[in-house]
Design a protein around this ligand. Sequence first.
Ligand code: PMP
Length: 359
Amino acid sequence: MAHEPRVPLRPAVAALPAYVPGARVAPGAAAFKLSSNENPYPPLASVVAAIADAAADVNRYPDMYATELTEALAADLGVGADEVVVGNGSVAVLAHVLQTVVGPGDEVVYPWRSFEAYPIAVAVAGGTSVQVPLRTGADAGRLDLPAMAAAITERTRVVMVCTPNNPTGPVVHRDELETFLAAVPSDVLVVLDEAYLEFVRDPEAPDGLAVHAQHPNVVLLRTFSKAYGLAGLRVGYAVARPRLAAGIRAVSTPFGVSHVAQRAALASLAARDELLQRVEHLVADRTRLVEGLRDQGWALPESQANFVWFDLGERTMQRAEEARAAGAIVRPFAGEGLRVSVGEPEATDLFLRVSATWL
Ligand code: PMP
């Protein structure tokens, strides 16, 4: 047996929960991968061409600060280039945001169940997680913003607001977010994680940029992984006020976003209309999936993302296995429920056939 060094791991690292990736599906396998909220469409030809062109330059380090992409995003969003920080997926940007403001013993408040990277990123930053349960009953799956505000203490440095919430799907509403922000001290950072923003159709959803403009302590987190279909290239970004943005940049992994990824993200911005047309198809299929499930008698939270959530309790693992056997790979949260991504139309058809057998 190989000898391990006698070096102790940090207790926080030894205690980290696992991040469970969606199951890997071999290319060409006869199964739909509905476990990671990915975009089922392959990259556009223009994006593939940009990737191929960029490949010729990979003997050089990339532009460390992704200048062109940062400027394109800033122009697009109507903010300064000093307010945009691009990183290696929004999950890395989140880790860097936390490392910028959280120290040992500082608290980070977030909803739970929510994105499974949160407890890991908080612990790695040296902070303490304060998890606030989601609402139950008729509002099941929604964030409980009053309870989150009430959980803030003198030690709280950051509050995470995941909207739409992964894995349950609902958004926060403009009025409840304003009430919440009015209750949050101005020296506490509020991170709006908008990974699924482009799938939101609820007219009561807040406009993150307007909220950021009005509240200096609000940071937005966005990604090219979902609507823009670049999950495999790892590009996300934060919108934050300049001093904070400079701090996030300072703690970021040097050269963290590859040249290939930067060029692909720029090509995706250039092809936005076409990509957002695909999002329309996914939103239409979300509606078809949700209505199909409701017709079958399922009670589901109101999903504004590219996935739906089933509260299945103890039957979760069994149902996930049944879906897999039928050709749909979904994401189980043991003892809680299943998250099913909106994929190809055929995947929706298949999943509706499977869920009908569960009633
Ligand atoms: N935030 C949320 C809520 C997510 O669900 C995800 C992806 N699962 C991310 C952030 C991270 O996305 P990425 O790192 O690919 O940008």
